[in-house]
Design a protein around this ligand. Structure first.
Ligand code: NDP
Length: 460
């Protein structure tokens, strides 16, 4: 008879927690999982999934406009927010049901309430007051959006949580931030027809991305919305039934909604980490080793709460690796160095590997292959749009160390390119790959001449 009620108690039913629970249960562990809100977590309930559905909705606007160049007559398109919202919400509920069912089928017991840590082997359920003894505890509680900067009236703004609850499409919206969330939602609202302003404190959006991709995005967004770079928010106030945002240069923007997307923080408040001596880092994240183990041997953590790479597929991998290591007898850790990623702006961004500046710093001598061209569809549609592709090659090894795509379907393309780059593909491998014609992606394997190389003095 075990001294524990369960082998594993998972706190949090998001991407990382659900995967860990299912895989651990598959290995025969007795698993209990607590979720205080909805199983599926940020990604499924109020993140990637409903966001992408909204991205699809927005892109019809371009399709309707482009169709004319191909001979179609399209009547005046009308968008109905209520239809999109209810169909999107129904899809999210369907997916939530699948997550629930998969957990139950795997033998995981789901407890729909908040759980906190009492000691290294005990979890307390706050609603029922019940305590559960667990051999191991996995913290997979995710993160939440912050409302920063802390200027007067910031509480009048909504975050990426509330944006999914809006009952109507705002006629005018101000989006603040320059990361994934701000860029994606500004694109969505602009496409759906809101008069959209995107405000960012930096001179370029998407810090960490390749500078030329960032410039290409700014150029495209400048045509689609009111883009304000290098400006900050001073205050928000109610005015005439709407909101008025004042910027640092004294200018005022009148809108119906302000969406603040200036980052997320780990959900560690009140979790009981102090009771077991786990100290969080400067941003509130739980420090873990390569196997997601905290300094308390029976407590592990995966996903955004560890702030390694805050992406759903990474959390899933971390959860899976934890279960393989602890319950499958196969020690596994996640390689966080090479993570393909996409930003669902319109046009889209897909990236794997280093940006040009970082690649130069790491490898010294790199070749930059670049293609900037008008997509074939734009010839007849007349849309002013350019695709940008960059392939960065380490001269010493010929390995491709970065691929950057700005253009439609970049997310789809980069997933496949990511396999090659993860395998260590060289430029010669790209060159001997036969092009798929006519596609935009064929440019990736037909770039023959590098840009005039700007090797830093003293290198090579
Ligand atoms: P990010 O951390 O990506 O970006 C935050 C943005 O807000 C930055 O542009 C930052 O500017 C700015 N900012 C931060 N603090 C302030 C402040 N006090 N005043 C003004 N601006 C500020 O956060 P997001 O909320 O966009 O996204 C959170 C995470 O979610 C991301 O890390 C990403 O991993 C994940 N995500 C991934 C998606 C995808 O894969 N497609 C989609 C959505 C989210 P600066 O650059 O100057 O610091």
């Amino acid at each position: 008879m075990s001294a524990f009620d369960v082998d594993l108690f998972v706190i949090g039913g998001g991407s990382g927690g659900v995967r860990a629970a299912r895989i651990a249960a598959g290995y025969g562990a007795r698993v209990m999982l607590a979720e205080e809100y909805r199983v599926g977590g940020t990604c499924v309930i109020r993140g990637c999934v409903p966001k992408k559905l909204m991205v699809y909705a927005g892109r019809f606007a371009d399709e309707f406009a482009d169709a004319a160049g191909f001979g179609w007559t399209v009547g005046q398109p009308r968008f109905d927010w209520g239809t999109l919202k209810s169909r999107r919400d129904a899809e999210v509920t369907r997916l939530e049901g699948i997550y629930d069912a998969n957990l139950i089928r795997a033998g995981v017991e789901i407890v729909p309430e908040r759980a906190v840590i009492e000691d290294p082997h005990t979890v307390r359920l706050l609603k029922s007051g019940r305590t559960v003894r667990a051999e191991r505890i996995l913290v997979a509680v995710g993160a939440h959006p912050v409302k920063e900067p802390a200027v007067p009236g910031i509480d009048l703004a909504i975050t990426s949580n509330e944006v999914f609850e809006l009952e109507s499409l705002p006629e005018r919206i101000l989006v603040i931030g320059g990361g994934y969330i701000a860029v994606e939602f500004a694109g969505i609202f602009a496409a759906l027809g809101s008069r959209t302003t995107l405000l960012h404190r930096g001179e370029r959006l998407l810090r960490g991305f390749d500078d030329e991709i960032r410039d290409a995005l700014a150029e495209a967004y400048g045509q689609r919305m009111d883009l304000r770079l290098g400006r900050t928010l001073r205050r928000i106030a109610r005015q005439d039934g709407g909101l008025c945002a004042e910027l640092d240069d004294g200018s005022e923007i009148r809108v119906d909604q302000v969406l603040i997307a200036t980052g997320r923080r780990p959900n560690v408040d009140g979790l009981g980490l102090d009771r077991v001596g786990i100290e969080t880092d400067g941003v509130g994240a739980i420090p873990v080793d390569a196997y997601s183990q905290t300094k308390v041997p029976s407590i592990y953590a995966v996903g955004d709460v560890t702030n390694r790479a805050n992406l759903t597929p990474v959390a899933i991998r971390e959860g899976h690796a934890f279960a393989d290591t602890v319950y499958g007898g196969r020690p596994s850790c996640v390689d966080h160095r090479l993570i393909p990623t996409a930003v669902f702006s319109t046009p889209e961004i897909g990236v794997v590997g280093h940006n040009e500046a970082a690649a130069r710093e790491i490898y010294g001598k790199i070749d930059v292959y670049k293609a900037r061209f008008r997509p074939m569809k734009a010839t007849l549609s007349g849309r002013e749009e350019r695709i940008l592709m960059k392939v960065l090659v380490d001269c010493a090894s010929d390995r491709v160390v970065g691929v950057h795509i700005f253009g439609h379907d970049a997310g789809e393309v980069i997933q496949a390119v990511g396999i090659a780059v993860t395998m260590g593909a060289t430029k010669a491998d790209f060159d001997r790959t036969i092009a798929v014609h006519p596609t935009a992606a064929e440019e990736l394997v037909t770039m023959r001449v590098p840009e005039v190389t700007k090797h830093p003095v003293g290198v090579g």
